[in-house]
Write a protein that binds this ligand. Structure first.
Ligand code: DAT
Ligand code: MG
Length: 141
């Protein structure tokens, strides 16, 4: 397995409940390094752009309203197989169906307010990292 980078977002529901530290600790405990990070708030338009792949889905408008409702913490995670490793730590999309010990099971509220986002493959990881970070903002370990 090669060293990969993936984009993580700690979503508004988790930031508002003071869970940034708890979630970053889980990434670090799993051996993922934080190569970049910042707190920001998306405009509605930026949220629509980030989730454009879902624009035909019934939950798209609600998702974009929610993702622009407050600050988010975006980070680049780096490590062996980081993309799938992060998805494992996150758990299934719906917190009620996520495995015990996963971030979504422990920190998510419902299928929309599910605490974290993680890139789902190498191409989306590259696109999503570039959506938030310039190359010089990403640390090279
Ligand atoms: P994931 O975030 O696990 O990659 P996804 O890409 O299918 O899941 O969906 C993106 C986000 O959209 C998800 O984190 C929360 C929201 N979402 C997905 N399915 C939903 C549903 N049935 N109702 C409401 N929001 C949903
Ligand atoms: Mg997805």
């Amino acid at each position: 397995m090669s060293v990969e980078r993936t984009l993580s977002i700690i979503k508004p529901d988790a930031v508002s409940r003071g869970l940034i530290g708890e979630i970053l600790k889980r990434f670090e405990s799993a051996g993922l390094k934080i190569a970049a990070g910042k707190l920001l708030r998306l405009t509605r338009e930026r949220a629509q752009s980030f989730y454009a792949v879902h624009k035909e889905r019934p939950f798209y408008a609600s998702l974009c309203a929610y993702m622009s409702s407050g600050p988010i913490f975006v980070s680049v995670l780096e490590g062996q197989g980081a993309i799938m490793r992060n998805r494992e730590i996150m758990g299934a999309t719906d917190p009620a169906k996520a495995a015990p010990g996963t971030i979504r099971r422990d920190c998510g509220k419902d299928v929309e307010q599910n605490a974290v986002h993680g890139s789902d493959g190498p191409e989306t990881a590259a696109t999503e990292i570039a959506f938030f970070f310039r190359p010089d903002e990403i640390f090279r370990y």
